[in-house]
Design a protein around this ligand. Structure first.
Ligand SMILES: Cc1ncc(COP(=O)(O)O)c(C=O)c1O
Length: 437
């Protein structure tokens, strides 16, 4: 067992001053189990007892290059000596938009923000303002941030509460969301063209936006059927609906141009955050110029004191430059594939069925013959007890994927071949222990 004595007393101190010791509900795993970090470098985290972990959570996605990356940090250090917040346009902001437009197919203009939540909120308002409609359609199991429009039927919702898959009920993700928001959201099972077609037949002309995680980054990185995203494009064109790819997890992570490049489907708008800042709080949304130009006085409001600030945009400028110079993806892809191939090989040797979902930089593991098709199947088909036992063992032995197994593995450019080897060794030890071998 790990010695966590100093880490636990630090967490006790945290719990005295902030509810449950965390700055986000999702981070509390228990008084003695929550992750605490004293230091981080490259692909590693260290707790207050000096325990070292190969980090595959990476802040739930943002750390793309590596913790404390010098190239990114030097760009920020150089920038902040010249002021950080101006209520005016500055050079890093423009450079970041140019790099986004260069990397992401079909993005003609972009606006900057600080978090994914802000971006999905702005993109939805922009869709409503552009279409003059109010309903928003989202898919079960996806997470689009913490604002009231989208806090419905996320990963944690109970299967008993969501109702029949042909007419799903929105299940609230939080107390305090006014009931009125319930009337503005339409739920559909992800990856189900038939049910979506029926819903749109009934109310397609009242829907402002379909917002979708093109790969289910909040649900084991499930990949849609080949026809699903093209179908979304087609029906959005048919009904005059704004198609929003929420790329907060997939953007700059599953390919340099995110899901637009990976799947070859171009939505009207995309939202970006996490990987574009290597951990600095920066986000963006962008897409078609004719829609984006509605962001103006007297039109659709978007703003924020810190949007486009120097700290975040200098970081994003460096990260996107590294991607453009092809210094990130070859490393991520190599490491991700080493892990995926190794896990498949180990499972085959032990006669355990496995399906690996997602992309090299963000992948989920399901102990089942085939990939579940959607969130409902994800909850029921894979052997989650096995995942939990293996990840628990790995976390106690220096390798840190997310314990539950629903959240994907995230890979960064600083992970080494030796890290992959150690990870696979711990994985196999955990599997053997779980199987009682
Ligand atoms: C797909 C997706 N959209 C939006 C968000 C919200 O982003 P943020 O936490 O930066 O507000 C997240 C966060 O995990 C996400 O995964």
């Amino acid at each position: 067992m790990l010695n966590r004595s100093k880490s636990n007393s630090f967490f006790e101190e945290a719990m005295r001053v902030t509810p449950y010791g965390v700055s986000s509900n999702y981070r509390y795993y228990g008084d003695e189990e929550s992750v605490v970090v004293a230091d981080a470098k490259g692909g590693y985290l260290y707790d207050f007892d000096g325990n070292k972990f190969i980090d595959y959570r990476l802040g739930w996605g943002p750390v793309l290059v590596g913790h404390g990356d010098e190239f990114v940090n030097d760009r920020v250090k150089e920038a902040i000596d010249h002021g950080v917040s101006f209520a005016g346009t500055q050079k890093y902001e423009v450079s970041v938009c140019e790099r986004i437009i260069d990397l992401c197919p079909g993005v003609e203009m972009a606006r900057l923000a600080n978090t994914g939540t802000e971006c999905t909120m702005h993109a939805i308002r922009l869709a409503r303002g552009t279409t003059g409609r109010e309903l928003v359609l989202k898919f079960e199991g996806s997470y689009h941030g913490a604002h009231d429009t989208v806090m419905w039927s996320t990963m944690g919702a109970s299967l008993d509460a969501v109702g029949d898959r042909r007419r799903p009920h929105p299940v609230g993700n939080s107390l305090g969301v006014p009931k009125a928001f319930n009337d503005l959201i339409v739920l559909c099972p992800w990856n189900d063209e038939e049910v979506l077609g029926e819903i749109l037949n009934e109310k397609g002309d009242q829907i402002a936006a379909i917002i979708v995680e093109p790969m289910l980054g909040n649900a084991n990185a499930l990949i849609p059927d080949e026809s699903f995203l093209p179908y979304l494009r087609q029906v959005c064109d048919q009904y005059g609906i704004v198609l929003i790819f929420d790329e907060v997890k997939t953007g700059f992570r599953i390919a340099p141009g995110g899901a637009r490049e990976f799947f070859g489907v171009i939505p009207d708008l995309s939202t970006y955050a996490k990987a574009m800042g290597n951990g600095f709080p920066v986000a963006a949304f962008g897409g078609k110029k004719e829609i984006m130009m509605n962001l103006k006085y007297g039109g659709v409001f978007q703003g924020g004191t810190y949007t486009g600030n120097v700290v975040s945009t200098a970081a994003a400028d460096a990260v996107l430059q590294l991607i453009q110079e092809d210094k990130v993806f070859p490393k991520i892809e190599k490491h991700g594939m080493l892990l995926q191939d190794g896990i498949k090989e180990i499972c085959a040797r032990h006669g355990v069925p496995v399906s690996i979902n997602g992309a090299p930089g963000m992948f989920g593991i399901c102990f089942s013959e085939k990939q579940p098709r959607d969130w409902r199947e994800l909850k029921t088909i894979p052997n989650w007890t096995l995942s939990e036992k293996i990840y628990e063992y790995m976390n106690n032995n220096g390798v840190m994927p997310e314990k539950g197994g629903i959240e994907p593995f995230f890979v960064c450019a600083a992970h080494s071949d030796a890290d992959a080897e150690e990870t696979l060794t711990r994985f196999e030890e955990g599997l053997k222990l779980a199987l009682g071998d």
